[in-house]
Design a protein around this ligand. Structure first.
Ligand SMILES: NC(=O)C1=CN([C@@H]2O[C@H](COP(=O)(O)OP(=O)(O)OC[C@H]3O[C@@H](n4cnc5c(N)ncnc54)[C@H](OP(=O)(O)O)[C@@H]3O)[C@@H](O)[C@H]2O)C=CC1
Ligand SMILES: O=C(O)[C@@H]1CCC=N1
Length: 271
């Protein structure tokens, strides 16, 4: 299968790298970007074919991944519209941009899947939420699933409105995890450990705790309480976080992410 990416930035690179690691995927990757250095990197590291503008190789692809910023999507879609005679699946990974607006910019094209991947795709541990528009065939749906499964797990949604919450949880989620790790490393440093020790301790703790949770059927709260001895150290930490409203702040932050996705759709879809 031939996949064309329009936009070869952070997320496209994570997907291309993840697919390159999956030898069974057997995909031929073509990337269009206006940055020659980004293209040279993708060609050298992953054997991608590259171009500076939408060309015949894009028109030839079975799947076209739109991986530019939401603010660049309308311009790219208008440019792509005359190249869809082959009936490819258009797979948009842009936050916020609604299927109906994309379809309109593509001249009424219907074979569109919206996907929200995340950067752990780079190491084959991505999580992607997907939703298909009505014009998508079963084979195209399977193709979209295959592309994203090559770099991790997939979850299909039957309501496009849920892609904004998915963006808030798993699309943006790696940044929250890095933020929490940064805080743990900073605390370790303040308490006398080295930056390297703080990083190792925090990373191993995250990996161990998430694997423990993934392999358990118990509620997360039960797992947390098992660490929290009465009158002990964890209790002191959790009480401090509760007093500071950390959990409520995280919930509000994630609602802000979903609201930003909806606002991007409103603002950018109006054209
Ligand atoms: N980063 C992430 O974790 C995730 C991102 N996404 C979505 O992925 C999309 C891309 O994000 P990200 O990779 O971070 O963004 P980047 O800015 O890293 O990548 C976009 C790339 O597309 C290029 N580009 C812009 N316009 C054109 C054009 N007309 N033709 C060809 N190339 C073009 C940009 O060039 P230039 O820099 O010159 O503008 C840039 O290199 C966004 O819509 C985002 O919502 C989804 C899930 C997670
Ligand atoms: O921050 C963003 O808008 C994109 C979408 C999800 C992750 N990065």
């Amino acid at each position: 299968m031939k996949i064309a990416f329009i936009g070869g930035g952070n997320m496209a690179t994570a997907l291309i790298a993840g697919m390159a690691k999956d030898a069974g995927a057997g995909v031929q990757v073509h990337v269009v970007d206006r940055d020659p250095q980004a293209l040279a990197r993708l060609a050298a590291q992953y054997g991608a074919r590259t171009a500076g503008a939408i060309d015949a190789a894009v028109a030839d692809a079975g799947v076209i991944v739109l991986a530019v910023k939401p603010q660049q999507m309308r311009e790219v879609a208008l440019e792509l519209a005359p190249h869809l005679d082959g009936g490819p699946l258009v797979l948009s990974i842009a936050a916020g941009i609604r299927g109906a607006d994309l379809s309109r910019w593509l001249g009424g094209y219907g074979a569109i899947v919206r996907a929200m991947p995340n950067t752990p795709a780079l190491i084959g541990m991505g999580m992607t939420g997907l939703v298909a528009l009505k014009g998508v065939s079963a084979a195209q749906r399977a193709a979209a699933d295959g592309v994203l499964r090559a770099v991790g797990q997939t979850v299909w949604l039957d309501d496009e409105a849920l892609i904004d919450p998915v963006t808030a949880v798993s699309g943006s989620g790696p940044a929250y995890v890095f933020y929490f790790l940064e805080a743990m490393q900073a605390a370790a440093l303040e308490m006398g450990l080295s930056a390297q020790q703080g990083r190792e301790l925090a990373l191993a703790t995250f990996a161990g705790a998430t694997q423990l949770a993934a392999q358990s059927d118990e509620p997360l709260e039960v797992l947390r309480r098992r660490v929290t001895s009465t009158g002990g150290t964890t209790h002191a930490a959790i009480a401090s976080m509760e007093a500071a409203g950390v959990k409520a702040a995280i919930v509000e932050a994630m609602k802000a992410a979903a609201a930003r996705g909806r606002a991007l759709g409103d603002e950018l879809g109006a054209d």
